[in-house]
Design a protein around this ligand. Structure first.
Ligand code: UD1
Length: 421
């Protein structure tokens, strides 16, 4: 199993290109199942999660070709030869569940494995199932699989989600594009990845309004066509790397960065003493003074502070002057990075969904273990600012969501290498 070796090495300076969003790509890819026409995604990120979705779509009969070194995904779902999403693929990645809505809408039936447990909490799929039932599907749970049927097709409905779910909104939007009549989704997720999905579906001929607000209205159509669509910038990769000059000093420009994707995060950076400036090519980040100041953070659905940046923000706050409180409101059990950061000399106390972080002047290198995708990169950020050497093991988590981490940080002067074994 590979590990990443980091030697803390002072300020970072340079330019980091930001890739297309993993989470947008993972919902855009299943949209191919809605149409016989070809769907081509440009600006795709090169990640193991994208390869997992490729394998899943291919298992269903879709053709997926990775072109231009993986930056372009050319897909076509002329025939859906298999309508079962197998446990062996779905258990690797929860986003696999996003094939349910499209398959059901196009073929009138689908069998999808339940995703099962996950390191950052129980993460059920009840809202996805509620939405499919509201659209007229008959559901049965047997042997770990959801068996969904709508022999006469889906029918539009008003669906009010009890709370915001990104995945359930995506599944419902895709399913409703081919349903008969009008669907209204209330308390819909407003994430940029949803906006990106809707823009792509619209190019495919779908009739949708209200993306980016909490009410999305979909007028069902008989069929969708092919389209070509560029994947939106990855706001989580962007926010993660913006923390590198914040934690180490120096000045880094992020190509493709957009403030509107990370505004709540930028407000917290500003309060901590980190300046973010818009440039012609993206965003430029540097610390205003020496050490950053403590800030309190509460994770919320978009446009609030993203849960997917909580672990990385904690790494920064471990080195801040003063006491910060981080409250995790989206997932239970999402502080697994805290005990690893403690091994690096951090001072953190976790009580339920709250972590209190007392900043220390210096973190120290240590052997640590990645426990999930965002936790793994928070340890790398901490390591960049630590004295001595850090070895982060189990980096397969990292490869799910970050392409070429060593290259991107190395180009700005970080001493970081991958050790195979
Ligand atoms: C997506 C993102 C993930 C991010 C999360 C929240 C993808 C591939 N992943 O995950 O990186 O951390 O949004 O921004 O886009 N829930 C239920 N029942 C459901 C669905 C969700 O109880 O049927 C709960 C979850 O356990 C969680 C909360 O709702 O506590 C929000 O989850 P959701 O927004 O659905 O996250 P995902 O779409 O899985």
């Amino acid at each position: 199993m590979d590990s990443i070796l980091v030697r803390g090495n002072g300020p970072l300076n340079g330019v980091i290109p930001i890739a297309g969003a993993k989470n947008a790509c993972l919902t855009l890819m299943p949209a191919t199942l809605l149409s016989e026409g070809p769907l081509t995604l440009t600006n795709a990120p090169r990640l193991s999660d994208i390869r997992t979705m490729t394998t899943l779509l291919q298992s269903l009969g879709a053709e997926v070709s990775s072109l231009q070194d993986g930056k372009v995904l050319a897909m076509s779902s002329h025939n859906l030869s298999n309508l079962t999403a197998d446990y062996d693929i779905v258990r690797k990645m929860r986003a696999s569940f996003l094939v349910l809505g499209p398959m059901l809408a196009r073929a009138g039936q689908a069998v999808v494995s339940l995703p099962g447990g996950c390191a950052i909490g129980a993460r059920p799929v009840d809202l996805h199932l509620m939405a499919m039932e509201a659209l007229g599907a008959d559901l049965e749970l047997r042997e770990g699989y959801v068996h969904a049927k709508a022999p006469k097709g889906l029918t539009g409905a008003v669906i009010e989600f009890p709370f915001v779910s990104v995945g359930a909104t995506e599944n419902a939007v895709m399913a409703a594009t081919l349903a008969k009549g009008t669907t209204v989704l209330r308390r819909a997720a407003r994430e940029p990845e949803i906006v990106d999905l809707v823009r792509c579906l619209r190019k495919m001929g779908a009739q949708i309004e209200g993306e980016g607000t909490d009410t999305i209205t979909i007028e069902g159509v008989d069929r969708l066509t092919g389209a070509t669509h560029p994947v939106v910038t990855d706001r989580i990769e962007l926010g993660t790397y913006m923390l590198a000059p914040a934690i180490c000093g120096g000045e880094v420009e992020f190509l493709g960065g957009r403030i509107d994707l990370v505004s709540a995060f930028c407000e917290k950076l500003d309060a901590a003493g980190v300046s973010v400036e818009e440039t012609e090519r993206g965003l430029k980040v540097k610390r205003r003074n020496g050490r950053v100041s403590a800030v309190d953070v509460v994770t919320e659905p978009f446009p609030g502070f993203p849960t997917d940046l909580q672990a990385q923000m904690m790494a920064l706050l471990c080195t801040a002057e003063g006491v910060s409180v981080l409250e995790e409101k989206i997932f239970e059990n999402r502080f697994m990075h805290a005990p690893e950061l403690l091994r690096m000399g951090a001072r953190i106390e976790v009580h339920g969904g709250q972590a209190t972080v007392t900043g220390v002047e210096k973190l120290r290198g240590a052997r640590v273990m990645a426990t999930d995708l965002r936790a793994s990169v928070s340890l790398i950020l901490a390591a960049l600012a630590a004295e001595g050497e850090t070895v982060v093991s189990r980096v397969y988590h990292l490869d799910r969501g970050y392409e070429r981490v060593e290259e991107k940080l190395g180009a700005c002067g970080a001493l970081i290498e991958r050790v195979s074994g």
